[in-house]
Unconditional design. Structure first.
Length: 284
C-alpha cells in the first residue's frame, strides 16, 4: 500500500508489532561518528600531555593570623596547577584544613597543544590559603618553562622529581616554603614496530612503509570510485591528500560499534556487537 500518509502509519504499526517478536533487540551504532559529530576521521590537536604529581609542602607562610586564647596561626593550603601566560587554572588539590605540613599525593594531567607551544607557555604551580569569607591568599608560586620540560631528558617520557622554593608575584622576590612534586611530558603515541609484528588484522602490513603503501592504494581507489560516481573529470590532488590522511588515521575502517534497542524491522538482522580496533592501529 503506497498511499501518502497512510503508508507511513501502516509501516510504523508493522514495525512496532514485529519488534515484539524479534530477538535480540539490537541496532548497530557507530560510536566514532557519534562522538565526533560527523563522519570524518580526525587527528587530535594535542601534541602530548603533562603529568603533574603534587606530593607535599612545608615551611610556607601562615595565611591565617593567630587569635589569642582562641586560635593559633595556621593555613588551609591547597595547590592549583595551570598555565602562567594564559592565566588559566586547570586543576587544584583538595584543601587541607589547619595544616602546615600538608601531604596531598594527587596527580593531574594537562593537554599540550600548538597554542601553548607557540606562545612558549610556562607551567605554574601555585600555593593558596583558602578563606571562607574573603579572597584566597597567595602563598607563593613555582613556574617552569614548557620548553624546558619537553626538551629535558629528565622529564621527557618520564617523571622528574623536584623540590622547589616558592616565589612571589613580583619577579625576584622569594617567599618561604618548599614544594615536593614531579612533572613529566609524554608525547602523542606513535605506532611501534612491536605492534606491527604482533598485529593479526592484516598480515601483509609489518612496517610503516607497507602501511603507507596500502593507505595510498586504498585512498586512490576510493577517490577513483567517487570521481566515477560523480562523473568528475581529472583527479583532485587535495581530495586525494585528504583521503590518504583519513585512511592513515584509521586504516582498518570502522570498528567501534555498540548495540541498542531497535525502532524498525531491520533489527531482525542486526546483532548486538561491540568490537575494538586492532592493536596495531595508530593512536596519532
Amino acid at each position: 500500500m503506497d498511499v501518502p500518509l497512510i503508508s507511513k502509519f501502516v509501516q510504523s504499526a508493522v514495525d512496532a508489532a514485529m519488534a515484539q517478536y524479534v530477538a535480540p533487540k539490537s541496532l548497530t551504532l557507530d560510536l566514532k561518528d557519534m562522538l565526533s559529530g560527523e563522519d570524518f576521521k580526525k587527528d587530535t590537536h594535542g601534541r602530548g600531555v603533562l603529568m603533574i604529581h603534587i606530593k607535599r609542602g612545608y615551611d610556607f607562610k601562615m595565611g591565617d593570623s593567630a587569635i589569642p586564647l582562641v586560635k593559633d596561626a595556621s593555613s588551609d593550603p591547597y595547590v592549583s596547577v595551570g598555565w602562567a601566560k594564559f592565566g588559566k587554572v586547570v586543576s587544584s588539590t583538595r584543601i587541607m584544613l589547619s595544616e602546615m605540613q600538608p601531604c596531598w599525593e594527587e596527580t593531574f594531567f594537562m593537554l599540550v597543544t600548538l597554542a601553548e607551544l607557540n606562545v612558549e607557555e610556562r607551567l605554574r604551580v601555585q600555593l593558596w590559603d583558602s578563606d571562607r569569607f574573603s579572597a584566597d591568599d597567595d602563598l607563593g608560586r613555582i613556574e617552569v618553562s614548557l620548553v624546558e620540560i619537553i626538551s629535558n631528558k629528565e622529564s621527557h617520557g618520564k617523571m622528574w622529581d623536584r623540590t622547589d622554593g616558592f616565589r612571589a608575584l613580583k619577579p625576584g622576590d622569594e617567599m618561604p616554603g618548599k614544594l615536593e612534586w614531579s612533572v613529566g611530558y609524554f608525547p602523542k603515541a606513535r605506532i611501534q614496530q612491536c605492534q606491527f609484528d604482533k598485529q593479526t588484522f592484516d598480515p601483509s602490513v609489518r612496517s610503516m612503509e607497507q602501511l603507507r603503501a596500502k593507505v595510498d592504494e586504498n585512498a586512490e581507489r576510493k577517490l577513483r570510485e567517487a570521481i566515477f560516481k560523480e562523473r568528475k573529470t581529472g583527479r583532485n590532488e587535495d581530495e586525494l591528500k585528504q583521503q590518504k590522511t583519513q585512511e592513515l588515521k584509521a586504516p582498518a575502517g570502522r570498528h567501534d560499534h555498540i548495540g541498542a534497542p531497535p525502532t524498525a524491522t531491520r533489527a531482525a538482522s542486526s546483532a548486538c556487537r561491540f568490537t575494538t580496533s586492532p592493536a596495531w592501529r595508530s593512536r596519532s
